[in-house]
Write a protein that binds this ligand. Sequence first.
Ligand code: NDP
Length: 397
Amino acid sequence: MGRVLIIGAGGVGTVVAHKVAQNAEIFTDIMIASRTKSKCDAIVKAIGNPNIKTAQVDADNVDELVALFNDFKPEMVINVALPYQDLTIMEACLQAGVNYLDTANYEPKDVAHFEYSWQWAYKKRFEDAGLTAILGCGFDPGVSGIFTAYAAKHYFDEMEYLDIVDCNAGDHHKAFATNFNPEINIREITQNGRYFENGEWVTTAPLSIHQDITYPNIGPRDSYLLYHEELESLVKNFPTIKRARFWMTFGQEYLTHLRVIQNIGMASIEPINYNGMEIVPLQFLKAVLPNPQDLGENYEGETSIGCRIRGLKDGKERTYYIYNNCSHRAAYEETGMQGVSYTTGVPAMIGAMMFFKGEWKRPGVWNVEEFNPDPFMEQLNKQGLPWHEEFDKNLEV
Ligand code: NDP
């Protein structure tokens, strides 16, 4: 039924490949392409399906991408390389007539700044070409938006307050490591915080606002207000929202390491000259930190990510909390990767499945909350990320 090309062979790409291979009735022809072909071959070996093809590609190079697309002729590309490659891959999709899905919005390499405008600018071109582009289809962004759309569709007349709460209560037994690409992760966390209130964006100093939030099966954890990209599309697509915020848990040990890394200049993305060679400190740091793909083996504990929403139904105030908890160990046993890669890769596969089933096939460039959430929610329960709901309880936030 569907030819799919996965670009990126990191932690998330590995999970996407496993899940795509598990759903062979939808994904009939599969290729994994990345900068380092040996990583794609290793994934195919781990899956044990020699029919999956692999290729080397530099996803910064539109011509190389177009040549690969014309050769393999995928119907859809699942982009799980880095956010820097979003625009080149979208451009190549337009040139070769391929549909597109990603899990993180575009970021320029030289400025740690992310917003949807660069990708939304492609809307008309995708529409005219009759191609679908699905943006931000991981967990957050991704399931966070689908949970919100599900709440709006079934439980609220007006959603007023939205808090996305993201807890990783796992322990990988390393002094310091990031759960996905360290460069992207540290750029995200060290930025100013930002949230939406009464029609305006409020900027806060990095990690300056925090409070305890209680997570199911985990307990209270110190949670920090961050800016996260899905806030931008959610307040646009659900205009009744008066306030939207994003919270993520961090342990003291993690924050201490992060502070030192910043204080000594290792989080900088300004190139410096070292022994006649130009290096970017944050990229060098990535090279010495543990590889997120290797964290899975001894990872204990679980993640818990959800949406806490307050609003009106039939004139009465109501609260709603919807979440998924994911065990790092179970994720590792199934795919060889830890829970953060798993919670990102599974939704990316489901988004592609929605496209191939015709549920989410609509020319243009869309954020996930603009599609019907119901068939996606049904698949979350079947594909390893079951969700739970609580009504009219204290949301804490
Ligand atoms: P990794 O760093 O583990 O993997 C990235 C992969 O992309 C690597 O295989 C890398 O190749 C490849 N790559 C990088 N640059 C290029 C290029 N120019 N051409 C071809 N391939 C390239 O990252 P993760 O797997 O942890 O994350 C993947 C994506 O998922 C990121 O965009 C991240 O932001 C996103 N994400 C989204 C989340 C969500 O919930 N929405 C949560 C977590 C991550 P090589 O192996 O050679 O370096």
